[in-house]
Design a binder for this molecule. Structure first.
Ligand SMILES: Nc1ncnc2c1ncn2[C@@H]1O[C@H](COP(=O)(O)OP(=O)(O)OP(=O)(O)O)[C@@H](O)[C@H]1O
Length: 311
């Protein structure tokens, strides 16, 4: 369990994290989202005792990191996988970490096995490891003390699809084991497949804290797609929906996209008007759309309307 209470961090006059109060509970993957500079990494660093809060508290299992007696057994983190020793092998890096915390060598073999690093990869010098292997090694380190709380900052950055999928499955397993997993990523489609719940920050403030599905449904583009072989029938359906206040747009040559009406309402009207349809499907808005809408006022550098990268 991670508990943030009025958590605030200022760097000079800039407020990186602003009065953040939220509980991050066990048994689920909590996605941590926000535009660049929103304060995600600073929050994680405060949870891990690497930055001191200006005000408020960041607690792990009810205690500040500095008050934890056996930190590696309470919380594990992957903050920066490039921090691997260049000449030392992954195995000896983990052994050194383990010994400094009184963790037996056999746990090193266990975690290497857990993250799928075989003997050959584990014994190579750090600088020769691929990014994906480096991430696995970082996660192995986070798991050394078998902690109930894990913080993973951008674990899929730069990974190939195989590596991304591995992280997705692995974080799911960790959450299913009852652990608290806090995961930040800028890859919305990936987050949509991985997180159970999402916390969104903007300019250091809490913008949203909700189950993933709720956040997406509340987003801008939840719609219903209707397709059918009779244009006249679809036109009648569209007119009726428009009269009820929904927004109707053409979808391909033989369909409509309806926003502002539920699939149930569209289905009822289809029945009432006797329109032949071949498809009637609620189309969930994407996390990306929901995120862009939520954070529109919080991005550090917004492009103009012609900018294709940011809003
Ligand atoms: N050590 C520091 N000194 C001064 N300012 C800092 C420091 N660390 C972070 N900041 C500032 O605090 C704000 C939050 O940064 P942070 O890295 O936590 O955001 P983030 O959400 O992790 O961003 P990103 O998605 O780009 O990693 C930014 O404006 C950043 O410039």
């Amino acid at each position: 369990m991670i508990t943030l209470r009025g958590l605030t961090k200022r760097f000079g006059t800039a407020t990186a994290v602003d009065d953040l109060t939220v509980d991050i509970g066990p048994g689920q993957v909590t996605g941590f989202l926000g535009p660049n500079g929103a304060g995600k990494s600073t929050t994680m660093r405060m949870v891990l005792g690497l930055d001191r809060p200006t005000a408020g508290q960041a607690l792990v299992n009810g205690r500040a990191y500095r008050a934890l007696r056996h930190p590696l057994h309470e919380v594990g983190a992957l903050l920066d996988a490039t921090g691997i020793h260049p000449t030392r092998s992954g195995r000896s890096h983990l052994r050194a970490m383990a010994r400094s915390s009184g963790i037996p060598d056999r746990r090193v073999a266990e975690v290497l096995d857990l993250v799928g690093l075989d003997g050959r990869a584990a014994d190579k010098p750090g600088r020769t490891l691929s990014l994906g292997m480096g991430q696995r090694l970082g996660i192995a380190g986070a798991l050394l003390g078998d902690p109930p709380v894990l913080l993973l900052d951008e674990p899929v950055n730069g990974l190939d699809p195989d590596g991304v999928r591995w992280i997705r499955r692995f974080t799911r397993t960790l959450a299913d084991e009852g652990r608290t997993v806090l995961l930040s990523s800028h890859l919305m489609s990936e987050m949509q497949q991985t997180a159970d719940r999402v916390i969104v920050l903007g300019r250091g403030r809490l913008i949203a804290d909700a189950p993933l599905a709720e956040l997406i449904t509340a987003g801008p583009a939840a719609s219903v797609r209707v397709r059918g072989p009779e244009p006249a029938g679809l036109a009648a359906l569209g007119a009726r929906l428009t009269a009820e206040g929904a927004t109707v747009a053409a979808y391909d040559a033989d369909g409509l996209t309806v926003t502002g009406a539920s699939a149930a309402r569209v289905g009822d009207l289809v029945y009432e008007l006797g329109v032949r349809v071949h498809e009637l499907a609620p189309v969930a808005a994407s996390l990306e759309e929901a995120f862009l809408e939520l954070t529109a006022d919080s991005v550090e550098y917004a492009a103009g309307p012609t900018g294709s990268e940011a809003r």
